[in-house]
Write a protein that binds this ligand. Structure first.
Ligand SMILES: C[S@@+](CC[C@H](N)C(=O)[O-])C[C@H]1O[C@@H](n2cnc3c(N)ncnc32)[C@H](O)[C@@H]1O
Length: 204
């Protein structure tokens, strides 16, 4: 049986060939000062590589946008580093995250301590329609179909310096969509193997 280290290296080599992904290993892990209790575990661990990603990619930290807020764990983590964060979600769930009814008020409550976060209840399709805003960082963590990740992710890549995609390891549709976005608009793409994978798509 393969051990995990060997398996990770094998995945990295395959990704390099199949998805033209480059290698990136965080140099440091910094836990942000202010977090909320995680309702799901999928993003836990990733909050500690945000500061390394910001330093590595040398982006400004004025504005961030997140598609897929749910209860706000990743939004809160991002809000530790950016002056303003917009969080877009239908707040009704999806087949992968589950359906929990309308959770906007619950999430608003969870994020009460973050005055720099603005929540927008919207489908990403309506939000991006004729929207020309630019952001230093966009995080895409919506329904994990190829079509939605590609459509939302392409807009995100065209309107941000760094674009993060969650679940690049656990959903091959997400990884394929990111790889196709990178072909359409060539930039570097790497995936990080912990916490279901965080695809990291950036300019050099
Ligand atoms: C996996 S959860 C996000 C988790 C969150 N990023 C975290 O780690 O704390 C996915 C969210 O995407 C939202 N979503 C799914 N499809 C969407 C769409 N088309 N437009 C906007 N939000 C969507 C769902 O309502 C759900 O809350």
């Amino acid at each position: 049986m393969l051990n995990t280290g060997l398996l990770d290296r094998a995945i990295a080599i395959i990704d390099g060939v199949k998805y033209k992904a480059i290698n990136y290993h965080p140099k440091k892990y910094v836990r942000p000062d202010r977090l909320i209790n995680p309702t799901a575990k999928a993003w836990v661990g990733l909050e500690s590589i945000l500061s390394d990603i910001i330093e590595f990619s040398k982006i400004e930290t004025k504005s961030a946008l997140e598609f897929g807020v749910e209860y706000g764990y990743s939004t809160a983590a991002i809000a530790n580093y950016f002056d303003s964060v917009v969080g877009v979600d239908t707040f009704t769930g999806d087949p992968h995250a589950g359906y929990h009814g309308n959770i906007l008020e619950k999430t608003r409550n969870n994020l009460m301590g973050f005055p720099n976060i603005k929540l927008v209840k919207s489908d990403y399709k309506d939000y991006i329609l004729e929207n020309t805003d630019r952001f230093d960082l966009v995080h895409v963590d919506i329904i994990h179909t190829y079509e939605d990740t590609f459509q939302c992710g392409l807009w995100a890549a065209q309107h941000s310096t760094v674009t993060l995609f969650h679940d690049t390891q656990s959903y091959k549709e997400v990884k394929q969509a990111v790889s196709d976005i990178a072909k359409k608009q060539p930039r570097n793409f790497t995936t990080i193997e912990n916490s279901m994978g965080l695809g990291f798509y950036f300019e050099v």
